[in-house]
Design a protein around this ligand. Structure first.
Ligand code: ZN
Length: 376
């Protein structure tokens, strides 16, 4: 449901004195594109909003400023202090799902361009603003912009990464394990039937062992992290009655990949871990788990710290804050990989968001202005 957000962004881009246009998602083109992830849902009618700020001179380096308009669900709406979709302000903070991740980043990049344009400046090479959809599940909004022909010497994604530049990120794989059970009356469960929820617990235990192995010897720069690769069982659904042995269960997970690791290799690792669980359990062997891939299936990416993009952005930050911006790695993924794959160095830098994907997500308003100043 990104469209109401895209309408607002469209207005903000127009307010920069630019002419926004739509880049519609094309399911067929995306499915055939390098770097695409599998997806089973309907993307009909989804669009990115882009706006070019043409060069008014020459000799500069072109730039893409990218942000995503989609958000994740509120996780547990009832425990939020303020309703997650009200954008309540308290002092310097705005609370709401997506406030930090990453409406604030879209505001910062629009604000930077608007301020410069109104002050009579023009860039020395083309600048393109992009507000993309689908970042939280496949990154296909950003990918569609690239299929549309977007190119630049560099890209800044204004994700909520304050006081550092994110130059390395993991890949991400989403996988879904469908488990079949044999329903029976719960009163006879000790000798009748096979519980699909118990089967999911066995499979998850094997996946946790696999996760532990992946974290044993992390390659640099991930050796700086205690536990860089996180397996997250994010959704589990199964069974239909407390007194019936569960007939079906689906376990949906996310796992990270080190940069350089192929998503195919990550899939093989998951399948091998599940095969181990099957080998250890005759009942699981009789009711074979089935793995499906739907959503993120993407590699990690790294940008060299010597890139002009990294040096220039760090220098701009130093002008405002008096210190250089450290370059760091993240154990999350962003749309950066799509640009890096096409030879466009992409880093993340943006406002101070807190508790993203959590409860009471918030963003500092002052940091939105400061991010815009650094970008400008
Ligand atoms: Zn984000």
């Amino acid at each position: 449901n990104e469209e109401p957000g895209q309408k607002i962004v469209e207005g903000a881009f127009a307010d920069c004195g630019l002419q926004p246009r739509s880049v519609h998602l094309d399911a067929e083109a995306l499915r055939g594109a390098e770097g695409a992830s599998p997806f089973s849902w309907d993307i009909e009618g989804k669009r990115n909003v882009v706006a070019g700020w043409p060069a008014g001179g020459s000799g500069g380096r072109s730039l893409i400023l990218n942000g995503h308009v989609d958000v994740v669900p509120p996780a547990a709406e009832e425990v939020w202090t303020h309703p997650p979709f009200r954008a309540v302000r308290e002092g310097d903070w705005i609370y709401g799902r997506g406030a930090g991740d990453m409406k604030a980043g879209l505001a910062a990049m629009s604000g930077a361009v608007r301020a410069l344009e109104r002050s009579g400046y023009a860039p020395a090479a083309d600048v393109q603003l992009q507000s993309v959809v689908e970042e939280e599940c496949t990154g296909h909004g950003a990918l569609q912009c690239l299929l549309d022909g977007a190119r630049a010497d560099a890209c800044v994604i204004t994700e909520p990464h304050p006081d550092h530049l994110t130059v390395a990120q993991v890949g991400v794989l989403w996988f879904h394990v469908d488990l079949a059970g044999i329903p029976a009356h719960a009163a006879r469960a000790s000798y009748l039937g096979f519980n699909a929820i118990d089967a999911a617990v066995e499979v998850l235990a094997a996946l946790r062992r696999h996760e532990a192995q992946l974290n044993e010897n992390p390659p640099p720069p991930y050796d700086a992290f205690e536990h860089p690769i996180n397996l997250n069982p994010g959704v589990i659904s199964g069974g239909d009655w407390p007194s019936t042995v569960a007939a079906a269960c689906t376990l949906s997970c996310r796992i990270g990949l080190y940069p350089g690791q192929d998503p195919e290799e990550a899939r093989a690792g998951i399948e091998a871990a599940i095969a181990e669980a099957v080998a250890a359990s005759p009942r699981l062997a009789e009711n074979q788990p089935h793995v499906r891939y739907d959503g993120f299936s993407c590699e990690g990416s790294v940008v060299g710290e010597g890139e002009p993009l990294v040096q220039t952005l760090s220098g701009a930050y130093e002008k405002l804050h008096g210190e250089r911006l450290p370059a760091l790695a993240t154990t999350a993924t962003t749309d950066a990989r799509h640009f890096v794959r096409r030879g466009i160095p992409a880093v993340c830098f943006g406002p101070r968001g807190e508790r993203i994907h959590g409860i009471d997500e918030r963003v500092s308003l002052r940091s939105v202005v400061e991010s815009a100043q650094v970008l400008g």
